[in-house]
Design a protein around this ligand. Structure first.
Ligand code: RUB
Length: 334
């Protein structure tokens, strides 16, 4: 299998979370395919497609939950296969990979900006906003609102075990936004003072359920109880087409040593440590999903999926995705 060093390194960085957050993972993935295309030493078109497939497989295997990853790979690979099936030369297919990768990358950043703009309209002067983990899209809403002159404060959970909430708090503080960092278990304690919760998403299912960092659903439950608005910031490439066909989104379970040190594990062989990285918030606890195409209720997730991906096939999915995904999906566009 000829996968360039740089792509393997990128995949490792995603796996060990040097590159993290669903949007960043997607951007890294398309960059990885560009590198694979540029570095390929294939003599034939067929061999070139195999090199691309192999790179896509390696990237796809890194983290299972962020749907942005297969969607980003699919965006580029569908276009590469189209060029291939249309009889394009190796150079033409390569060009299509560069073009698609660049297009996805730029559009994804534009999407984060648009989400910031639309979402910021829901923030009001005097709001206390709770957030969880570190989401570029959620931060974009908060920073946009602040830069437009709104005055509010943010409560950021630290987000155990990887403490991504510290990243969020430090970005907001640098922006001048008043921010308090709390332990995750204090979320309900503070909820009575909160006006809105704003979080990101790793995946949105066809039924409007939102998959995000572990603990999100507990915060949603507390928000629901306190009648606090629960807002999700999610680019449309985080919506999962596989869920239309009945697949469930896989929840990543990470190593025990993210929670306790190895000495503890050695001293306590009878203790089993569980470390799911994400959880599912049902649509009924979500008030709004802010996408780059507009603000929608979670029930409209199916419409986004239909518009983005369609569900009647004319072109089958690239081979690597058929093998990599639990349920093969046939799609016409994207
Ligand atoms: C990150 C996380 C983020 C979403 C959205 O989890 O749950 O809320 O990925 O982020 P991890 P973004 O740190 O395990 O990757 O808006 O940046 O895509």
């Amino acid at each position: 299998m000829t996968v360039p060093e740089e792509v393997i390194k990128l995949a490792e960085d995603i796996k060990n979370m040097k590159i993290r957050g669903a949007g960043e993972i997607a951007r890294a993935a398309v960059k990885g395919l560009s590198i694979a295309a540029a570095k390929s030493e294939a003599d034939s078109r067929e061999e070139f497609m195999r090199d691309l497939d192999n790179a896509a497989k390696v990237l796809l295997s890194t983290r299972p939950t962020a749907v942005s990853l297969p969607n980003a790979l699919r965006y580029v690979m569908v276009r590469a296969y189209r060029a291939y099936e249309g009889g394009g030369t190796k150079e033409e297919i390569k060009e299509s990979v560069f073009r698609a990768s660049d297009e996805f990358y730029k559009n994804s950043l534009k999407a984060v900006d648009l989400i910031g703009m639309y979402g910021s309209r829901r923030i009001e002067d005097g709001d206390v906003i709770m957030t969880h983990c570190h989401s570029t899209a959620a931060v974009s809403i908060l920073v946009n609102a602040w830069r437009s002159g709104k005055k509010f404060e943010v409560i950021s959970t630290e987000t155990r075990p990887r403490y991504q909430g510290r990243i969020t708090a430090s970005i907001l503080a640098k922006e001048g936004i008043p921010v308090s960092l709390i332990v995750d278990s204090a979320a309900r304690f503070f909820m009575e003072h909160v006006d809105k919760v704003v979080v990101g998403a790793d995946a949105v299912a066809a039924n409007g359920a939102v998959v995000n960092k572990i603990g999100t659903s507990m915060i949603a439950l507390a928000a629901h109880e306190a009648r606090v608005n629960f807002i999700v910031a999610a680019e449309t490439y985080k919506f999962s087409p596989e869920t239309v066909l009945g697949s469930l989104i896989r929840i990543e379970e990470r190593p025990a040593d993210e929670i306790v040190d190895t000495q503890y594990l050695r001293d306590n062989p009878g203790v089993k440590v569980r470390n799911p990285a994400f959880d599912v918030t049902p649509a009924s606890y979500v008030d709004l999903i802010v996408t780059e195409k507009g603000v929608i209720p979670p029930e409209a997730a199916i419409l986004v999926l239909k518009e983005e991906f369609g569900w009647f096939s004319s072109v089958s999915l690239p081979k690597f995705l058929k093998e990599g995904l639990e349920t093969p999906v046939e799609m016409s566009e994207y």
